[in-house]
Design a protein around this ligand. Sequence first.
Ligand code: SF4
Ligand code: SF4
Length: 125
Amino acid sequence: MKPVFKPKDMIQNLTGFTCLKCGACCRQEGYVRLEKNEPDIIAAFLSMDVRHFIETCTILTRDRIGLSLKEKENGECIFLTDDGCRINAFKPKQCLEFPVKWKFKDFEHICAWAIQRSKKIKDRE
Ligand code: SF4
Ligand code: SF4
């Protein structure tokens, strides 16, 4: 007997995930935490002094144990542009791991890949 999956269950299965670069996750408010070595890497990519990068592009997280990228007034990540992520080649690990290793609640309603996959599942039902 074939297992029965509901669309929501299927969306939790991220096999075959491919980012469609819609930028929706970059528009969500919330920390984009940086690993210890990431300020140096991103600053070098941007040809910025790391201290200047930390002062202008990051904030100290509320728990005071790390840095997060700043947000624009509308909550978007400061590195989101009309052409996508300005630091794409050196984006933080947190960004690389979304949504396979972590995801926020109801991500399936905003992520273009998840929406497309839900639609395909519904069309098959
Ligand atoms: S660093 Fe790039 S991928 Fe990460 S949230 Fe910002 S714009 Fe998006
Ligand atoms: S919301 Fe999903 S498809 Fe869109 S950029 Fe983020 S991971 Fe990629």
